[in-house]
Design a binder for this molecule. Sequence first.
Ligand code: FAD
Ligand code: UDP
Length: 368
Amino acid sequence: MFDYLIVGAGFAGSVLAERLASQAGKTVLLVERRPHVGGNAYDFYDDAGVLVHRYGPHVFHTNSERIFRYLSAFTDWRPYEHRVLAEVDGLLLPVPINRTTVNRLYGLDLRTDAECAAFFAARAEPRAHPRTAEDAVVGRVGRDLYERLFRGYTRKQWGRDPSELDASVTARIPVRTNTDDRYFTDAFQALPKGGYTALFARLLAHPAIELRLGTDWREVKDTVPHRHVVFTGPVDEFFGHSLGALPYRSLRFAFETRPVTRALPAPAVNHPNEHAYTRVAEFTQMTGQAFGPGRERTTLAYEYPQAAGEPYYPVPCPEARALAARYRALAEATPGVTFAGRLGTYQYYNMDQVVAQALTVFERLRDA
Ligand code: FAD
Ligand code: UDP
């Protein structure tokens, strides 16, 4: 008899397993249908010996010292601040939009924050209550920057026009009047020194956690005795899609190894308007992994958005929000199971937000 059957060995499931085992003395069976731990943060050494992220580039960033300190018990860190360039009309422009983006794109020489703020103000079409992903950009920087940097990328990424998506999607990306070209400005920005998979191995090393890879929840739910379920897979799947299917966005990742030290002008290059892929990432620029003379190599990952396939993103739009709320009500009315994580709670969460949520869920389970 296990105290907990936890479904999914991503951040949500693994953090909950670790806390329940080490802090509450519970026994845990953790099942994961993929052949590896880490969920979408899984990384591995490819055939060329390059450490790559199997499901696209993952940069850890948080403003929460508590979350950073918690994870630091399981990994050392490599300080890393992510930078992204967008290829637009043959130019390479910093993303998020900053003063350099504007100067390069329009051949200007804006020198101060005030000058840049005035540039945006003259073009912005202010919205009292930005409702859509289009509003959130046009309201801040106007239509031309929106069309060149956001509309095409968003249409590719989500298969919908920004006017059909919640403002929160593009509000993830700030607008800057200075020349700060970092993708994130969080207080803590780093990659696990030995990689994410090694971090997960340490999270799950507790003897009260039994891990079964390549195992779907359906294979064990009726045969392995347990007191409570924590489900971090898609919430609609748990309920057999009884209220209808929630929309998810998927990606195809294409990896390419080249015999050079460095292939891209930045760790990631976004392609808002050209190509079927949205972005290309170069892992060695993120991890700092280096190969000696004569052994130069680097691996890139291209992201091709698609509708079918592994559910990577909940889709932040009004219809999905309404359906997810109905599943949440159903979840709350269902005894014996707790939902967590990006898919289990249908929230477009970053890794640190998933860890924060898992720690809160742990406290709730412990105190119940
Ligand atoms: P997941 O990692 O999805 O884990 C859920 C696990 O449950 C999966 O492994 C799945 O196989 C398993 N599962 C589902 N159903 C079942 C079942 N029935 N039986 C058994 N197992 C099951 N976040 C950042 O903070 N920074 C980034 O730079 C970043 N980049 C990203 C880039 C991409 C391309 C993507 C897709 C996401 C990115 N994220 C990033 C988000 C990050 O991946 C998630 O926040 C985090 O991995 C979610 O963890 P989770 O445990 O909720 O879900
Ligand atoms: N986005 C865009 N152009 C860019 C970068 C982002 O239009 O160059 C939009 C797009 O809709 C994307 C969203 O902003 O889905 C959030 O971007 P982020 O980089 O946070 O996406 P993620 O890393 O989660 O895929």
